[in-house]
Design a protein around this ligand. Structure first.
Ligand SMILES: [Fe+2]
Ligand SMILES: [Fe+2]
Length: 170
């Protein structure tokens, strides 16, 4: 097993995850500031999941006797419009799915099953994140840009809902 190659792939994933943590928290701050409560909370929750991904990758790197490069792959993009944020988040999650599928295949070739399984587990999580962001994007397209603002009046849990009509506004 080529540990060096596995460690390199795992560290590339750490860099992508750190980038996602920074970007999602940046969006969390801005959405909260603009009054988009549910979407802001969703970004914070997913940022914390990405931090959990960093931890799982780091544990694997240390098991393989490597060290963790705690450097984000890119700096934060200063996107602050809610619809642009959701579109970019979809793109980032889709990108992660492609990359981690590829890394899982490379780890299989390296006969490193545990790293392969870790990347496959991350693919599942990133697909679930993509699904959440895509639902928001679909709703913006269906109901217009005011959809996200209206969520703010529906009691805080609207980020999970499929349509603003389903919320119970007293
Ligand atoms: Fe992730
Ligand atoms: Fe993700």
């Amino acid at each position: 097993m080529d540990r060096k190659k596995s460690i390199e792939l795992l560290n590339r994933a750490v860099a992508d995850e750190l980038q996602a943590v920074h970007q999602y928290m940046y969006w969390h701050f801005h959405l909260d500031d603009q009054g988009f409560g549910p979407l802001s909370a969703m970004l914070r929750r997913i940022a914390i999941m990405e931090m959990g991904h960093v931890e799982r990758l780091a544990e694997r790197i240390l098991f393989l006797k490597g060290d963790v490069d705690m450097v984000a792959a890119a700096t934060v993009q200063r996107i602050t419009e809610p619809d642009a944020i959701v579109a970019k988040a979809c793109e980032m999650e889709q990108g992660a799915v492609v990359v981690y599928n590829q890394f899982a295949l490379e780890c299989a070739k390296l006969a490193d099953s545990a790293s392969k399984q870790l990347f496959e587990a991350l693919v599942n999580d990133e697909e679930a994140h993509f699904d959440e962001f895509e639902k928001q994007l679909d709703n913006i397209k269906r109901f217009g840009p005011s959809y996200l603002a209206l969520q703010s009046f529906s009691g805080g849990s609207a980020a999970q809902e499929s349509s603003p009509g389903a919320s119970t506004v007293a």
